[in-house]
Design a binder for this molecule. Structure first.
Ligand SMILES: [Zn+2]
Length: 279
């Protein structure tokens, strides 16, 4: 059996991105996110006796509007209280300020235009950490929105803002269509581990960020993603072997919109916990 992925799953198991958002898309479009997603996350952590990390976008917690974007989540007090009351089960990570740059759902590197200015990146990272601090939260892990970041720039700025680790992917895939047309170019971007801070490599579960219902087919796909066995792993990762061990899997708070999602993610957590490094 070809060993495609090395797992190093210890303290982080499953991380939910997009914490704080009011709607399924960062620009306020899509469905309204039910505040119960946070109760579901907490329930999952308690059921499995684990800590669940949630990567939050600071602007939705910007009570004093220091970023001047007026995007406060009206339910932010309730969400912050749940976080504060359950610090042994929920850990807050930084997922940027507003998850946006022009028309893209990224903030620190553009898949269309390339690098984003140093000043823009610094302002967004500083504002995000300042907003979290005002709410008595001190995130030490940073998840770049859209997994897009500039090596040796974004990570250095993050370090200056009190971040000690960056949670990233090894690659961002091109579309399946583009890959088939040009098999030598499977990725839009690839990244190495950071030279300045710790790096947590992550994998997705093969589900869209805004998927709400989980049928048998999706469950089957998810087990393939988690097990990462050849030959599915080749389709999933587009290479035989990942360079770095994987620290955790990620999903999105949008995926917890429906009450039935709890059973699905309970299953996911149990499968991830069952992974052992096969080296
Ligand atoms: Zn995100």
């Amino acid at each position: 059996m070809i060993n495609t992925v090395n797992f190093n799953i210890k303290s982080n198991i499953l991380v939910f991105d997009d914490g704080g958002m009011t709607h399924s898309n960062p620009d306020g479009t899509g469905f309204k996110i039910d505040i119960k997603v946070y109760d579901r996350m907490l329930l999952l952590a308690k059921k499995n006796d684990i800590k669940i990390q949630i990567a939050c976008n600071a602007v939705f917690f910007d009570v004093d509007n220091i970023a001047g974007l007026n995007l406060l989540n009206p339910e932010c007090d309730k969400i912050l209280k749940l976080f504060d009351d359950n610090r042994s089960y929920i850990e807050i990570w930084n997922h940027g300020l507003n998850h946006r740059y022009k028309n893209e759902c990224i903030e620190f590197f553009s898949y269309k235009d390339g690098p984003i200015s140093y000043d823009y990146q610094k302002e967004h990272l500083k504002l995000s950490q300042d907003i979290f601090k005002k709410n008595n939260i001190l995130p030490t892990v940073f998840v770049p929105p859209g997994h897009a970041w500039e090596q040796n720039v974004t990570d250095k700025i993050a370090k200056e803002q009190g971040i000690t680790a960056i949670a990233i992917r090894e690659f961002e895939k091109t579309s399946f269509k583009a890959w088939i047309k040009n098999p030598g170019k499977p990725y839009k971007m690839t990244w190495e581990k950071s030279q300045s801070i710790n790096t947590f490599f992550r994998l997705g579960l093969g589900i869209a960020f805004d998927r709400v219902h989980f049928d048998k087919k999706v469950k089957y796909k998810m087990s393939n993603y988690v097990a990462n066995r050849f030959p599915q792993s080749l389709l999933i990762n587009r290479k035989l072997r990942l360079k770095y061990p994987v620290d955790h899997f990620f999903a999105h708070i949008q995926n917890l919109q429906d009450p039935n999602s709890v059973d699905y993610f309970d299953d996911v957590i149990k499968q991830i916990k069952g992974l052992k490094n096969k080296e």
